[in-house]
Design a protein around this ligand. Structure first.
Ligand code: S3P
Length: 434
C-alpha cells in the first residue's frame, strides 16, 4: 500500500503527452501476433495490463521484443500450447480477448487471473464462444462464471450473435474467434461500443465490414502486417487531466496526440455539454491512418449539470468515475443513466465513487438497479478534503486524486500504487504541470 497526501492550491498548467491507448495496445499485440510478417508498434504503453497481454502472447510462443515504448512482434508463426497455466494478472481485456484467440487453437490452455479479475463475470464471453464450438470450463457461482478457466480450442463455426451486454471486449473475443471459424461471424450491438478491433483487423487486411449496428467478418483472408503502427495517446488517461484542467480556476492544459476515436470521445462531448471549453485539433496527414488522433486544450471554467443517456455510456464507460468528480464541481443536477456496468469493473465503481465523494461532502446517490441503474449528483460547485480509499482500483484512485486537488482543504488517499494498472506515470505527469 502506498498512501498519498494531496494538498490543494495547485494550478496545473502546461503540455502533456500520454503513452498509447490501453485498449488499442492489446489489439495491436494480438492482431500483430496473428498476422504474417513483422510489426513495429510505437508509443506502446508500459503498464500492468498491456504487459499482461504481451506476456500472455510470449507464453503462447509468440516472439516479441520490447525496447522502451517500441515493441516488435514477429507474427504468423502460430501459437503453441503453454507449458504452464497462463497468468493474465488483473487485465480483463487481456483475458476476454485471449479467450477468443484460444477458442480457435487446437490445444488446451488453463488461464488464471489476479484477485480483482477473479471476481469479474465471464459467462458473457464464454457463452458465445461455446456457441461457436469452443469447450470452456470455469469456476461457477450460481449462473455466473469466473476465472480460472480451461479452454479447449477446436473447429469453430461462425455465428450471428446479439450482444446482451454492451461490451467491446465480448464483441472483440467473438471477432477474434471468428477469424478461425468456418463461415461468417456477425455481431449485432444494440448500443455501439469502441471499434478498435474492427479498425485494426481492417488495417491488417481482414474481410470485415460494418452495416449499421452489425459487424460482419468473413474468415479466409490472411492477415498481413502493415509493418508499423503508432498508438495514439490514451484518452482514458487524458480524461483525468481534462477534468483537472476544468475544475481548477486558472488551469490550462494542452494534451498532445490523444486518441480521438469516435467511440471514445464521450467524455469530451459530455464535458462540453456541461459548459467546458475544450479545443479539439485533429491531426491530419500523419502516418497514423487507422485511428484518429489530435490535440486537446482545456482551461478552467464554470460547469453545469447534464443528462447522460444510456446509449452514451459505452463511449465513456471508463471515464464515468472522473465525470462524477466533474459533476460535483458543477452547479446543478447531473444524471448518468444506465450506469449499472460500473459495478463489474476492477471494483464496484458505483460503490467506490459514492463512498469517496460523500466523504468529501457530495450529494450523490444511485437509483434503480441492473442495467437501468442511474447515478444522480446534485452539484454544489465544490468538495471538501477527506480521507479517501482507492479500493485497489486505478480509475477510482486517479479520480479521487483529481477531486482532492480541486477540493477545499487537504486529503489523503490510502493507496495510490494501483495506478500501475493503466498509468504508472500518473503522479509524475501531475508534477510536470505544477
Ligand atoms: C475495453 C472495453 C470496456 C472498458 C475496458 C476496456 C476494451 O469494457 O471498460 O476498460 O478494451 O475493449 P466493456 O467490455 O465493458 O466494453
Amino acid at each position: 500500500m502506498k498512501p498519498f497526501a494531496v494538498k490543494h492550491k495547485f494550478i496545473p498548467r502546461g503540455k502533456i503527452f500520454f503513452p498509447g491507448d490501453k485498449s488499442i495496445s492489446h489489439r495491436a499485440l494480438i492482431i500483430s501476433a496473428l498476422s504474417c510478417g513483422k510489426t513495429v508498434i510505437d508509443n506502446f504503453p508500459i503498464h500492468d495490463d498491456s504487459l499482461a497481454t504481451l506476456n500472455t502472447l510470449v507464453a503462447l510462443g509468440v516472439r516479441i521484443k520490447r525496447v522502451k515504448h517500441r515493441v516488435i512482434v514477429c507474427g504468423g508463426q502460430g501459437l503453441r500450447q503453454p507449458k504452464s497455466p497462463v497468468f493474465v494478472n488483473n487485465s480483463g481485456t487481456t483475458l476476454r480477448l485471449i479467450l477468443g484467440v484460444l477458442a480457435g487453437t487446437d490445444f488446451k490452455t488453463k488461464v488464471i487471473a489476479g484477485k480483482y479479475l477473479s471476481v469479474r463475470p465471464m459467462a458473457r464471453v464464454n457463452d458465445p464462444l461455446r456457441l461457436m464450438g469452443a469447450k470452456i470450463t470455469a469456476r461457477k457461482k450460481g449462473k455466473e462464471e469466473y476465472p480460472p478457466m480451461i479452454v479447449s480450442g477446436g473447429c469453430l463455426k461462425g455465428i450471428l450473435y446479439r450482444l446482451p451486454v454492451a461490451s467491446a471486449q465480448v464483441k472483440s473475443a467473438i471477432l477474434l474467434a471468428g477469424l478461425s471459424a468456418s463461415g461468417k461471424t456477425c455481431v449485432v450491438e444494440s448500443v455501439g461500443t469502441r471499434d478498435h478491433t474492427e479498425r485494426m483487423l481492417k488495417y491488417f487486411g481482414a474481410d470485415i465490414s460494418i452495416n449499421k449496428n452489425k459487424v460482419i467478418l468473413n474468415p479466409g483472408c490472411s492477415l498481413i502486417s502493415p509493418g508499423s503502427i503508432y498508438i495514439p495517446g490514451d484518452i482514458s488517461s487524458a480524461a483525468f487531466f481534462l477534468v483537472l484542467g476544468l475544475i481548477i480556476p486558472g488551469a490550462k492544459i494542452v494534451i498532445q496526440r490523444s486518441s480521438l476515436n469516435p467511440g471514445r470521445i464521450g467524455i469530451i462531448k459530455i464535458l462540453k455539454r456541461m459548459g467546458a471549453k475544450i479545443k479539439i485539433e485533429p491531426l491530419k496527414g500523419c502516418k497514423q491512418i487507422f485511428e484518429p488522433m489530435g490535440n486537446l486544450t482545456v482551461s478552467g471554467g464554470k460547469l453545469k449539470g447534464a443528462l447522460i443517456s444510456r446509449t452514451e455510456v459505452p463511449s465513456l464507460i471508463d471515464e464515468l468515475p472522473v465525470l462524477m468528480v466533474a459533476a460535483c464541481f458543477a452547479e446543478g443536477k447531473t444524471i448518468i443513466k444506465g450506469a449499472g456496468e460500473l459495478r463489474f469493473k476492477e471494483t464496484d465503481r458505483i460503490n467506490s465513487m459514492i463512498t469517496n465523494l460523500r466523504s468529501m461532502g457530495a450529494d450523490i446517490r444511485s437509483i434503480g438497479s441492473g442495467s437501468s441503474e442511474s447515478i444522480v449528483i446534485n452539484g454544489k460547485g465544490f468538495l471538501r478534503g477527506a480521507e479517501l480509499k482507492s479500493f485497489g482500483d486505478h480509475r477510482t484512485a486517479m479520480s479521487m486524486v483529481v477531486a482532492a486537488l480541486a477540493a477545499k482543504g487537504n486529503s489523503r488517499l490510502d493507496d495510490v500504487s494501483c495506478v500501475s494498472k493503466s498509468f504508472p506515470g500518473f503522479l509524475t505527469a501531475l508534477k510536470g504541470l505544477s
